[in-house]
Ligand binder design. Structure first.
Ligand SMILES: Cc1ncc(COP(=O)(O)O)c(C=O)c1O
Length: 393
């Protein structure tokens, strides 16, 4: 493949594998390829290595190692949490979530709705903040589980999960949070945060795609999603993906040791990018609450133009970002998150998400700041929605 080196600002979509993580996992493909469940020493020795990785993952969220179940991805962790809850409390037929969850939760909720469950979707305000009054009013004795993401992948808005968890603990209602986007970006300590289940994914954290974990607090009723062998203490069948488990452990160790410096570094780059683009491009707006937000994310609408046109133009300069619309069945579907926030049509379609990582540099931000304003100006000059192009009467 002949791909130019990207200027990669799409780290909420996926991240590069850190060199230290790759080094840690490689011996487990060809040298130590055994099965951790084997009786012989060659395979059995890997059991210890898997447990070391489990301890590394547990440490980043303040959990005990036996509270960590390795999964194949964040989506599996989310599905497992919801499925386990509804199977553990078969008499309870109400599930509460938000309108802005990742499809791994939203589509699972739809699946449950088809089976007859009542699903309540908590709305958000124009800044993407949860309507906490609505949430409180929707609680009843029939709730099997509440699932609220820790931070939104599109806007970076961080939700008050401490407050939600405390409220649900008092009422004895199970609480799951999808922390796929916050791991390594926001400190998490389940010793102080009374969540029952929490989802993680490796590829948002410089580990490879295809590895995740689910934290399940000790004492939580649990039903496995994958049924088969006795792996993961009978909580998730399937021979352990040893290299990727080692990788996730290493990625968590690096993230835990560096979280303070990394978030300071990344948020400084993000803030400069945001400030300069807003200053240099008229008719822009930030989508989402900037007070409670991930340090690496900004979602900016360049009004009256299409995000896809912007993405294609910046792609020619090697710049990778995401837009607020997804191509579904040949049509551009506006983001469900921005729609839930009531972002106007002309702004949703022109929204671009930049999500940074520790590998971004000041020089890269300089380049984006230089490249984007003329592109925005040119696209506006072509846009039928642009205020300057409205027919004059
Ligand atoms: C908030 C959130 N939850 C879940 C997922 C799914 O994770 P995975 O790709 O590991 O299945 C993502 C991935 O984009 C995400 O952003």
């Amino acid at each position: 493949m002949n791909i130019m080196k990207p200027l990669y600002l799409d780290n909420n979509a996926t991240t590069c594998v850190a060199p230290e993580v790759l080094d840690a996992m490689l011996p487990f493909f060809q040298e130590f390829y055994g099965n951790p469940s084997s009786m012989h020493t060659f395979g059995g020795q890997l059991h210890r290595r898997v447990e070391d990785a489990r301890a590394q993952v547990a440490a980043i969220i303040g959990a005990d190692p036996e509270e960590i179940i390795f999964t194949s991805c964040g989506s599996e962790s989310d599905n497992t949490a919801l499925m386990s809850a509804v199977e553990s409390f078969p008499a309870k037929k109400h599930v509460i979530t938000t309108r802005v969850e990742h499809p791994a939760v939203l589509n699972f909720a739809k699946h449950l709705a088809r089976k007859g469950y009542k699903i309540t979707y908590i709305p958000v305000d124009s800044l993407g903040r949860l309507d906490m009054d609505f949430f409180k009013k929707s609680l009843d004795d029939n709730v099997a589980i509440v699932s609220v993401m820790h931070a939104n992948n599109e806007t970076g808005v961080v939700f008050p999960i401490e407050e939600i968890a405390a409220m649900l603990r008092q009422r004895g209602i199970l609480f799951h949070t999808d922390a796929v986007q916050t791991l390594g970006k926001v400190p998490i300590n389940v010793k102080e945060l009374p969540v029952d289940m929490l989802s993680l994914s490796g590829h948002k954290l410089h580990a490879p795609k295809g590895i995740g974990a689910l934290y399940v607090r000790k004492g939580t009723r649990f039903n496995p999603y994958l049924i088969g062998g006795h792996q993961e203490r009978g909580r998730r069948a399937g021979t352990e993906n040893v290299p990727y488990i080692i990788a996730l452990g290493k990625a968590c160790e690096i993230a835990r040791e560096n979280i303070a410096q990394e978030t300071a570094y990344v948020s400084k780059l993000r803030d400069r990018l945001e400030k300069e683009l807003m200053a240099r491009c008229p008719d822009t707006r930030i989508n989402g609450d900037t007070v409670s937000r991930l340090p690496n994310t900004t979602n900016i609408s360049f009004e009256y133009i299409e995000g896809e046109a912007i993405l294609l133009r910046i792609d020619r300069h090697g710049i990778c970002a995401s837009s607020g619309s997804a191509c579904t069945s040949g049509a551009l579907e506006p983001s469900h998150v921005l729609r839930a926030m009531g972002v106007p049509f002309t702004a949703i379609h022109g929204s671009i998400r930049f999500s940074l990582s520790r590998y971004n540099t000041d020089e890269e931000i300089d380049k984006v700041i230089e490249v984007m304003p003329p592109i925005i100006k040119e696209l506006r000059s072509l846009s039928p929605f642009s205020r300057d192009n409205f027919p004059k009467c």
